[in-house]
Design a protein around this ligand. Structure first.
Ligand SMILES: [Zn+2]
Length: 375
């Protein structure tokens, strides 16, 4: 699918931005009036940690509505066990609400595919479903992904969000703990590259509550992993930040208990590195937005970074089963202080056109692989 639109350089103001969105909308998707279309959502969970969520027709019709042009869609692969021994009659719906383990709930992919296939074609055009129900610490994990493509051809554009290191979550997962150095993960990323599946990976850059003055623990492992898969399009979710893994401003961050390589330098180093040119960052999660707009300095830093590397960031909400459109738009508006200061070109790319470029290509590549490899 090739959206009709001018080059991003032509965007010289908000009206131009909207005009481009209007052209694209007019050519591909009839459903959303372009004037009000704010963004494409590169990171969206339809269901929560107990596989409950928003009905997909409601998501497209009422929640995306005329404000979100396109969206990824995935569940959460990890199911929180309701252990009566642990929480009794209290039914946990979030990983922080119980000590009981999480386990991989692979049926999530069938659930997402079935919901997608029931939609009208014009609604499907607006969605990029993602495969998540595999265990990245299992050498057989890749076989699940292939099996999902075989069972539901014509549906999926990528894999993820799946998680390697995440505060409090990693240690709750039943079975082996996932690792950036696990060959099972290399098999998955190799296969994603072969098929053309876009990848959204969550892995905190550092340990929670790490001490100041040292390299983030998982950063080198992550860069090594990314470099081993140059043919795979990989989106590092939340720019490697986590709930308790904060960005810090180098030596200026006195009194912090965090490690302090200047976070912006870490990210900029990766953006400049030609061996990492296949890597993108999503800026989803309200926790990330809070860091970015925390102070005039953080806003300035973020604006400079985005304006310098506008092709490498994608906006996403990281909402989980939102009940209404207001909830869906709240994360977007947390970024308003930054949207207002970006160049129109950078804002357009991060909100809309990087998503189009990456996911249009993923869709086309995966469909081509399916035609060539599935009978
Ligand atoms: Zn997420």
């Amino acid at each position: 699918m090739q959206p009709v639109r001018g080059s991003d350089r032509q965007a010289s103001g908000r009206l131009a931005v909207l005009g481009i969105a209007a052209l694209w909308i007019g050519s591909v998707v009839q459903a959303a009036p372009a004037q009000s279309c704010l963004f494409n959502d590169a990171h969206f969970h339809l269901t929560n940690y107990v596989q409950q969520g928003t009905a997909l027709p409601k998501y497209v019709g009422d929640i995306m509505g005329d404000k979100v042009c396109r969206s990824t869609v995935f569940g959460i692969p990890l199911q929180q066990t309701w252990s009566y021994e642990n929480s009794g009659e209290f039914a946990p719906t979030y990983y922080l609400q119980s000590d009981a383990p999480l386990y991989y709930y692979s049926f999530t992919d069938a659930y997402i595919a079935n919901a997608y296939l029931k939609l009208a074609p014009e609604s499907r055009q607006r969605l990029d479903p993602m495969i998540t129900g595999f265990n990245p610490a299992d050498m057989y994990g890749v076989d699940h992904i292939r099996r999902v493509l075989e069972t539901y051809p014509g549906v999926f554009s990528g894999i993820g969000e799946f998680t390697i290191h995440k505060e409090f979550v990693s240690s709750k997962v039943a079975g082996d703990i996932a690792s950036l150095t696990d060959p099972a993960l290399d098999r998955i990323l190799d296969f994603a590259g072969e098929v053309g599946l876009a990848v959204i990976i969550h892995s905190d850059m550092d340990m929670p509550f790490a001490k100041a003055g040292a390299e983030p623990v998982f950063l080198k492992q992550m860069k090594d992993l990314l470099r081993r898969h140059p043919k795979t399009t990989i989106i590092w979710a939340h720019i490697g930040l986590g709930r308790v893994v904060h960005p810090v401003q180098g030596q200026a961050a006195t009194g912090t208990t965090e490690r302090n390589p200047a976070y912006r330098e870490v990210v900029e180093g990766m953006l400049r590195d030609p061996t990492l040119s296949h890597v993108y960052f999503d800026i989803s999660w309200d926790e990330v937005a809070k860091y970015a707009v925390a102070s005039p300095e953080s806003i300035r830093n973020t604006v400079e970074l985005f304006n310098r590397y506008p092709d490498r960031f994608l906006f996403g909400t990281d909402n989980v089963a939102p009940p209404d459109q207001a909830t869906q738009l709240r994360v977007y508006h947390l970024w308003d202080p930054i949207w207002e200061q970006l160049t129109p070109e950078a804002a357009l790319k991060i909100r809309i056109s990087n998503f189009e470029r990456i996911f249009d290509k993923a869709r086309a590549d995966v469909r081509a692989w399916e035609r060539a490899n599935l009978k």
